[in-house]
Ligand binder design. Structure first.
Ligand SMILES: Nc1ncnc2c1ncn2[C@@H]1O[C@H](COP(=O)(O)OP(=O)(O)OP(=O)(O)O)[C@@H](O)[C@H]1O
Ligand SMILES: [Mg+2]
Length: 356
Protein backbone atom coordinates (compact mmCIF):
# COMPACT_ATOMS: atom_id res chain seq x y z
CA UNK A 1 0.00 0.00 0.00
CA UNK A 2 1.23 3.45 -0.68
CA UNK A 3 0.52 7.10 -1.09
CA UNK A 4 -0.22 8.89 -4.27
CA UNK A 5 1.34 12.01 -5.70
CA UNK A 6 -0.03 14.18 -8.49
CA UNK A 7 2.23 16.94 -9.76
CA UNK A 8 0.81 19.72 -11.94
CA UNK A 9 -1.34 17.27 -13.85
CA UNK A 10 -3.01 18.59 -17.00
CA UNK A 11 -5.39 16.66 -19.25
CA UNK A 12 -6.67 18.24 -22.45
CA UNK A 13 -9.36 16.97 -24.76
CA UNK A 14 -9.08 18.80 -28.09
CA UNK A 15 -6.97 21.56 -26.57
CA UNK A 16 -9.51 22.16 -23.79
CA UNK A 17 -8.02 21.50 -20.35
CA UNK A 18 -10.43 19.33 -18.38
CA UNK A 19 -7.96 18.73 -15.57
CA UNK A 20 -5.85 21.80 -15.09
CA UNK A 21 -2.65 21.98 -13.08
CA UNK A 22 -3.75 19.61 -10.34
CA UNK A 23 -1.27 18.84 -7.59
CA UNK A 24 -2.27 16.57 -4.74
CA UNK A 25 -0.45 14.41 -2.21
CA UNK A 26 -2.45 11.60 -0.68
CA UNK A 27 -0.67 9.96 2.22
CA UNK A 28 -0.47 6.22 2.57
CA UNK A 29 -3.71 4.98 4.11
CA UNK A 30 -5.38 8.33 3.79
CA UNK A 31 -9.01 8.72 2.70
CA UNK A 32 -9.42 11.74 0.43
CA UNK A 33 -12.79 12.77 -0.98
CA UNK A 34 -12.90 14.60 -4.26
CA UNK A 35 -15.86 16.93 -4.28
CA UNK A 36 -17.11 19.26 -6.98
CA UNK A 37 -19.92 20.14 -9.35
CA UNK A 38 -20.81 18.03 -12.36
CA UNK A 39 -18.32 18.29 -15.21
CA UNK A 40 -15.47 19.69 -13.09
CA UNK A 41 -13.13 16.83 -14.02
CA UNK A 42 -13.43 14.37 -11.12
CA UNK A 43 -13.91 11.21 -13.17
CA UNK A 44 -11.21 12.27 -15.62
CA UNK A 45 -8.80 12.72 -12.73
CA UNK A 46 -9.54 9.21 -11.41
CA UNK A 47 -9.13 7.76 -14.91
CA UNK A 48 -5.75 9.44 -15.18
CA UNK A 49 -4.66 7.93 -11.87
CA UNK A 50 -5.97 4.48 -12.84
CA UNK A 51 -4.18 4.73 -16.18
CA UNK A 52 -7.25 4.66 -18.45
CA UNK A 53 -6.25 8.09 -19.78
CA UNK A 54 -2.90 9.51 -20.73
CA UNK A 55 -2.03 12.87 -19.26
CA UNK A 56 -1.01 15.93 -21.27
CA UNK A 57 1.39 17.43 -18.73
CA UNK A 58 2.66 16.76 -15.23
CA UNK A 59 3.31 13.49 -13.44
CA UNK A 60 1.54 10.86 -11.34
CA UNK A 61 3.50 8.73 -8.86
CA UNK A 62 2.57 6.08 -6.35
CA UNK A 63 4.98 4.80 -3.75
CA UNK A 64 7.78 6.70 -5.48
CA UNK A 65 7.10 4.86 -8.73
CA UNK A 66 6.42 7.02 -11.77
CA UNK A 67 3.11 5.94 -13.34
CA UNK A 68 2.44 8.71 -15.80
CA UNK A 69 4.16 11.62 -17.38
CA UNK A 70 4.09 12.83 -20.98
CA UNK A 71 6.77 10.30 -21.91
CA UNK A 72 5.70 7.35 -19.77
CA UNK A 73 2.45 5.50 -19.22
CA UNK A 74 2.29 2.42 -17.01
CA UNK A 75 -0.78 0.44 -18.18
CA UNK A 76 -3.71 0.08 -15.73
CA UNK A 77 -3.11 -3.63 -15.03
CA UNK A 78 0.45 -2.86 -13.87
CA UNK A 79 -0.59 -0.19 -11.37
CA UNK A 80 -2.33 -2.33 -8.80
CA UNK A 81 -5.02 0.30 -8.42
CA UNK A 82 -8.64 -0.76 -8.02
CA UNK A 83 -11.48 1.37 -9.22
CA UNK A 84 -15.09 1.04 -8.07
CA UNK A 85 -17.79 2.62 -10.19
CA UNK A 86 -21.31 3.73 -9.49
CA UNK A 87 -22.54 1.01 -11.86
CA UNK A 88 -20.85 -1.90 -9.98
CA UNK A 89 -19.82 -3.62 -13.24
CA UNK A 90 -20.53 -7.18 -12.04
CA UNK A 91 -20.73 -10.22 -14.30
CA UNK A 92 -24.43 -11.19 -14.39
CA UNK A 93 -23.78 -14.86 -15.21
CA UNK A 94 -21.36 -15.38 -12.31
CA UNK A 95 -22.48 -15.76 -8.73
CA UNK A 96 -21.23 -13.45 -5.98
CA UNK A 97 -18.25 -15.61 -5.01
CA UNK A 98 -17.22 -16.05 -8.64
CA UNK A 99 -17.48 -12.33 -9.27
CA UNK A 100 -15.30 -11.57 -6.28
CA UNK A 101 -12.77 -14.24 -7.25
CA UNK A 102 -12.67 -13.22 -10.89
CA UNK A 103 -9.60 -10.94 -10.72
CA UNK A 104 -7.68 -13.72 -8.98
CA UNK A 105 -8.71 -16.26 -11.62
CA UNK A 106 -7.38 -13.90 -14.28
CA UNK A 107 -4.12 -13.73 -12.35
CA UNK A 108 -3.93 -17.52 -12.25
CA UNK A 109 -4.30 -17.89 -8.48
CA UNK A 110 -5.06 -21.48 -7.40
CA UNK A 111 -8.61 -22.53 -6.57
CA UNK A 112 -7.90 -23.06 -2.87
CA UNK A 113 -6.17 -19.71 -2.42
CA UNK A 114 -8.93 -18.04 -4.37
CA UNK A 115 -11.66 -19.55 -2.20
CA UNK A 116 -9.92 -18.45 0.97
CA UNK A 117 -9.43 -14.89 -0.31
CA UNK A 118 -13.04 -14.66 -1.50
CA UNK A 119 -14.37 -15.88 1.83
CA UNK A 120 -12.25 -13.35 3.67
CA UNK A 121 -13.29 -10.46 1.39
CA UNK A 122 -16.98 -11.35 1.64
CA UNK A 123 -16.78 -11.38 5.40
CA UNK A 124 -15.32 -7.86 5.40
CA UNK A 125 -18.37 -6.57 3.53
CA UNK A 126 -20.83 -8.78 5.41
CA UNK A 127 -21.87 -10.99 2.50
CA UNK A 128 -20.63 -14.45 3.57
CA UNK A 129 -24.16 -15.81 3.28
CA UNK A 130 -24.73 -14.55 -0.24
CA UNK A 131 -21.77 -16.17 -2.01
CA UNK A 132 -23.96 -18.40 -4.19
CA UNK A 133 -26.42 -15.74 -5.29
CA UNK A 134 -26.44 -14.01 -8.66
CA UNK A 135 -26.05 -10.20 -8.80
CA UNK A 136 -29.61 -9.91 -10.14
CA UNK A 137 -30.91 -11.33 -6.85
CA UNK A 138 -29.18 -8.70 -4.72
CA UNK A 139 -30.13 -5.19 -3.63
CA UNK A 140 -28.20 -2.20 -4.93
CA UNK A 141 -26.28 -1.90 -1.68
CA UNK A 142 -25.38 -5.58 -1.72
CA UNK A 143 -24.15 -5.30 -5.31
CA UNK A 144 -21.94 -2.41 -4.36
CA UNK A 145 -20.59 -4.54 -1.50
CA UNK A 146 -19.73 -7.27 -4.01
CA UNK A 147 -17.87 -4.70 -6.10
CA UNK A 148 -15.98 -3.65 -2.97
CA UNK A 149 -15.13 -7.25 -2.07
CA UNK A 150 -13.87 -7.85 -5.59
CA UNK A 151 -11.59 -4.88 -5.24
CA UNK A 152 -10.47 -6.13 -1.83
CA UNK A 153 -9.20 -9.51 -3.07
CA UNK A 154 -6.82 -7.74 -5.41
CA UNK A 155 -5.10 -6.16 -2.41
CA UNK A 156 -4.72 -2.95 -4.36
CA UNK A 157 -2.33 -0.31 -3.13
CA UNK A 158 -4.83 2.38 -4.01
CA UNK A 159 -8.62 2.24 -4.26
CA UNK A 160 -10.44 4.80 -6.39
CA UNK A 161 -14.20 5.11 -5.98
CA UNK A 162 -16.32 7.07 -8.43
CA UNK A 163 -19.63 7.99 -6.79
CA UNK A 164 -20.15 4.45 -5.52
CA UNK A 165 -23.35 5.35 -3.66
CA UNK A 166 -24.99 7.53 -6.29
CA UNK A 167 -27.51 4.86 -7.29
CA UNK A 168 -28.67 4.07 -3.78
CA UNK A 169 -31.47 5.52 -1.73
CA UNK A 170 -30.79 7.69 1.30
CA UNK A 171 -31.19 5.00 3.97
CA UNK A 172 -28.95 2.58 2.13
CA UNK A 173 -26.34 5.26 1.57
CA UNK A 174 -26.04 5.78 5.31
CA UNK A 175 -25.44 2.10 5.97
CA UNK A 176 -23.01 1.87 3.05
CA UNK A 177 -21.06 4.80 4.47
CA UNK A 178 -20.41 2.58 7.45
CA UNK A 179 -19.28 -0.23 5.13
CA UNK A 180 -16.80 2.11 3.46
CA UNK A 181 -15.50 3.24 6.81
CA UNK A 182 -14.93 -0.36 7.92
CA UNK A 183 -13.44 -1.26 4.57
CA UNK A 184 -10.96 1.56 4.97
CA UNK A 185 -10.13 0.62 8.56
CA UNK A 186 -9.63 -3.05 7.76
CA UNK A 187 -7.57 -2.61 4.60
CA UNK A 188 -5.64 0.54 5.41
CA UNK A 189 -5.79 1.27 1.68
CA UNK A 190 -5.12 4.70 0.27
CA UNK A 191 -8.50 5.85 -1.00
CA UNK A 192 -9.74 8.57 -3.29
CA UNK A 193 -13.50 8.86 -3.25
CA UNK A 194 -15.42 10.97 -5.75
CA UNK A 195 -18.79 12.29 -4.72
CA UNK A 196 -21.28 15.09 -5.36
CA UNK A 197 -22.53 14.75 -1.84
CA UNK A 198 -20.75 16.94 0.65
CA UNK A 199 -22.36 15.30 3.67
CA UNK A 200 -20.93 11.98 2.50
CA UNK A 201 -17.51 13.54 1.95
CA UNK A 202 -17.59 15.18 5.37
CA UNK A 203 -18.61 11.96 7.07
CA UNK A 204 -16.00 9.74 5.46
CA UNK A 205 -12.89 11.63 4.49
CA UNK A 206 -9.69 12.54 6.32
CA UNK A 207 -9.37 15.40 3.85
CA UNK A 208 -11.57 16.82 1.14
CA UNK A 209 -10.29 18.24 -2.15
CA UNK A 210 -12.75 20.67 -3.71
CA UNK A 211 -12.53 20.78 -7.49
CA UNK A 212 -13.96 23.39 -9.81
CA UNK A 213 -13.37 23.90 -13.50
CA UNK A 214 -10.60 21.30 -13.64
CA UNK A 215 -8.67 22.79 -10.74
CA UNK A 216 -8.39 21.90 -7.08
CA UNK A 217 -9.42 24.99 -5.14
CA UNK A 218 -8.79 23.76 -1.62
CA UNK A 219 -7.66 20.63 0.19
CA UNK A 220 -8.38 20.47 3.88
CA UNK A 221 -9.80 18.43 6.72
CA UNK A 222 -13.63 18.57 6.68
CA UNK A 223 -13.89 20.77 9.77
CA UNK A 224 -11.29 23.24 8.46
CA UNK A 225 -12.89 23.34 5.04
CA UNK A 226 -16.25 24.09 6.60
CA UNK A 227 -14.96 26.72 9.00
CA UNK A 228 -12.47 28.40 6.67
CA UNK A 229 -13.34 28.06 2.98
CA UNK A 230 -10.53 29.55 0.89
CA UNK A 231 -12.63 31.09 -1.85
CA UNK A 232 -16.16 32.30 -2.45
CA UNK A 233 -16.92 29.36 -4.67
CA UNK A 234 -15.77 26.87 -2.04
CA UNK A 235 -17.85 28.73 0.56
CA UNK A 236 -20.95 28.51 -1.63
CA UNK A 237 -20.31 24.88 -2.41
CA UNK A 238 -19.57 23.75 1.14
CA UNK A 239 -22.38 24.22 3.59
CA UNK A 240 -24.35 26.46 1.28
CA UNK A 241 -23.05 29.87 2.33
CA UNK A 242 -24.30 33.23 1.18
CA UNK A 243 -21.43 35.56 0.35
CA UNK A 244 -22.14 39.26 0.85
CA UNK A 245 -20.22 42.53 0.62
CA UNK A 246 -18.69 43.68 3.87
CA UNK A 247 -16.33 46.32 5.16
CA UNK A 248 -13.59 45.40 7.59
CA UNK A 249 -13.56 48.10 10.25
CA UNK A 250 -10.82 46.81 12.56
CA UNK A 251 -9.00 43.71 13.73
CA UNK A 252 -10.04 42.46 17.16
CA UNK A 253 -7.41 39.85 18.04
CA UNK A 254 -5.53 37.63 15.60
CA UNK A 255 -8.31 36.21 13.52
CA UNK A 256 -11.36 38.20 14.52
CA UNK A 257 -12.62 41.35 12.89
CA UNK A 258 -15.29 43.92 13.44
CA UNK A 259 -17.11 44.38 10.15
CA UNK A 260 -20.08 46.09 8.67
CA UNK A 261 -22.32 43.84 6.60
CA UNK A 262 -25.99 43.92 5.67
CA UNK A 263 -26.18 47.33 7.30
CA UNK A 264 -25.16 45.94 10.69
CA UNK A 265 -21.99 45.67 12.74
CA UNK A 266 -20.74 42.20 13.55
CA UNK A 267 -17.78 40.32 14.92
CA UNK A 268 -16.57 37.65 12.46
CA UNK A 269 -13.59 35.41 11.73
CA UNK A 270 -10.94 35.81 9.04
CA UNK A 271 -7.36 35.00 8.21
CA UNK A 272 -4.84 36.91 10.34
CA UNK A 273 -3.37 40.06 8.86
CA UNK A 274 -6.34 41.41 6.95
CA UNK A 275 -6.50 45.16 6.56
CA UNK A 276 -9.50 47.47 7.00
CA UNK A 277 -11.48 47.99 3.78
CA UNK A 278 -13.84 46.18 1.45
CA UNK A 279 -14.14 42.41 1.78
CA UNK A 280 -16.51 39.50 1.15
CA UNK A 281 -18.21 37.73 4.01
CA UNK A 282 -19.51 34.18 3.95
CA UNK A 283 -22.61 33.61 6.10
CA UNK A 284 -24.51 30.43 6.85
CA UNK A 285 -27.86 29.86 8.49
CA UNK A 286 -26.23 29.16 11.83
CA UNK A 287 -24.40 32.50 11.71
CA UNK A 288 -27.66 34.38 12.31
CA UNK A 289 -29.58 34.46 15.54
CA UNK A 290 -33.22 35.48 15.78
CA UNK A 291 -33.06 38.61 17.92
CA UNK A 292 -35.98 40.98 18.34
CA UNK A 293 -33.62 43.89 18.82
CA UNK A 294 -31.30 42.64 16.06
CA UNK A 295 -29.95 45.07 13.50
CA UNK A 296 -30.80 43.04 10.38
CA UNK A 297 -34.47 42.97 9.52
CA UNK A 298 -36.02 41.00 6.71
CA UNK A 299 -39.25 39.59 5.41
CA UNK A 300 -39.95 35.88 5.62
CA UNK A 301 -40.30 34.17 2.25
CA UNK A 302 -40.87 30.74 3.65
CA UNK A 303 -40.07 28.60 6.61
CA UNK A 304 -39.21 24.92 6.20
CA UNK A 305 -38.98 22.35 8.99
CA UNK A 306 -35.64 20.56 8.87
CA UNK A 307 -36.05 18.35 11.92
CA UNK A 308 -35.07 20.08 15.14
CA UNK A 309 -35.25 23.56 13.64
CA UNK A 310 -36.86 25.63 10.91
CA UNK A 311 -34.86 27.14 8.10
CA UNK A 312 -36.32 30.53 7.39
CA UNK A 313 -35.57 32.14 4.07
CA UNK A 314 -35.32 35.81 4.92
CA UNK A 315 -35.60 38.43 2.21
CA UNK A 316 -33.44 41.37 3.13
CA UNK A 317 -33.79 43.27 -0.11
CA UNK A 318 -37.45 43.83 0.66
CA UNK A 319 -36.77 45.86 3.74
CA UNK A 320 -33.49 47.54 2.92
CA UNK A 321 -33.03 48.15 -0.77
CA UNK A 322 -31.11 45.08 -1.91
CA UNK A 323 -27.94 44.79 0.13
CA UNK A 324 -27.51 41.05 -0.37
CA UNK A 325 -25.36 39.56 -3.09
CA UNK A 326 -25.05 35.90 -4.01
CA UNK A 327 -27.83 33.58 -5.06
CA UNK A 328 -30.93 35.68 -4.68
CA UNK A 329 -31.53 38.31 -2.09
CA UNK A 330 -32.30 35.98 0.76
CA UNK A 331 -30.37 34.53 3.66
CA UNK A 332 -31.26 31.33 5.45
CA UNK A 333 -31.72 31.65 9.17
CA UNK A 334 -32.23 28.87 11.70
CA UNK A 335 -35.22 29.39 13.93
CA UNK A 336 -36.87 27.31 16.64
CA UNK A 337 -40.32 28.54 15.59
CA UNK A 338 -42.08 28.61 12.24
CA UNK A 339 -42.80 31.99 10.68
CA UNK A 340 -45.42 32.88 8.12
CA UNK A 341 -44.75 34.24 4.68
CA UNK A 342 -44.48 38.05 4.76
CA UNK A 343 -43.75 38.27 8.49
CA UNK A 344 -40.91 40.50 9.62
CA UNK A 345 -38.00 38.95 11.41
CA UNK A 346 -35.05 40.64 13.08
CA UNK A 347 -31.71 38.87 13.46
CA UNK A 348 -28.19 39.58 14.55
CA UNK A 349 -25.03 38.20 12.96
CA UNK A 350 -23.17 36.02 15.46
CA UNK A 351 -20.43 34.61 13.24
CA UNK A 352 -19.13 34.63 9.68
CA UNK A 353 -15.96 34.06 7.70
CA UNK A 354 -14.12 36.60 5.56
CA UNK A 355 -13.36 34.68 2.38
CA UNK A 356 -10.41 35.16 0.07
N1 LIG B 1 -13.17 11.55 -23.71
C1 LIG B 1 -13.54 12.83 -23.64
N2 LIG B 1 -13.49 13.66 -24.69
C2 LIG B 1 -13.85 14.95 -24.60
N3 LIG B 1 -14.29 15.53 -23.48
C3 LIG B 1 -14.37 14.77 -22.37
C4 LIG B 1 -14.02 13.39 -22.37
N4 LIG B 1 -14.21 12.89 -21.12
C5 LIG B 1 -14.68 13.92 -20.40
N5 LIG B 1 -14.78 15.05 -21.12
C6 LIG B 1 -15.24 16.36 -20.65
O1 LIG B 1 -14.46 16.71 -19.54
C7 LIG B 1 -15.23 17.40 -18.56
C8 LIG B 1 -15.08 16.72 -17.22
O2 LIG B 1 -15.70 15.46 -17.27
P1 LIG B 1 -15.71 14.48 -16.03
O3 LIG B 1 -16.45 13.26 -16.43
O4 LIG B 1 -14.33 14.30 -15.55
O5 LIG B 1 -16.54 15.32 -14.97
P2 LIG B 1 -17.07 14.91 -13.53
O6 LIG B 1 -16.55 15.91 -12.57
O7 LIG B 1 -16.78 13.47 -13.25
O8 LIG B 1 -18.64 15.14 -13.68
P3 LIG B 1 -19.87 14.31 -13.02
O9 LIG B 1 -19.94 14.79 -11.61
O10 LIG B 1 -21.04 14.75 -13.82
O11 LIG B 1 -19.57 12.85 -13.13
C9 LIG B 1 -16.65 17.42 -19.10
O12 LIG B 1 -16.88 18.68 -19.69
C10 LIG B 1 -16.65 16.33 -20.11
O13 LIG B 1 -17.59 16.60 -21.13
MG1 LIG C 1 -17.96 11.77 -12.96
Amino acid sequence: MSGLRLRSVVKRFDDTPVVNDVSLDVKQGEFVALLGPSGCGKTTLLRLVAGFERLSEGAIEADGELFSDPGRHVPPEKRNIAIVFQSYALWPHLNVGENVGYPLRVRGVSRADRDAAVKQALSVVGLEQQADRRPADLSGGQRQRVALARCLVMEPRIVLLDEPLANLDVALRASMEETFRQFHEKTGATMVYVTHDQAEAMALADRIAVMEGGRIRQVDAPTALYARPATESVARFIGDSRVVDATILEAVGDDRYRVEALGAHALVRGRPGRQPGPARLSLRGGDFMPDEAGPVVGQVRRSVFRGGHFVVSLDLAASRGGAVAGEGDAVEVHSSVSLAHGERMAVSITDGWLVG
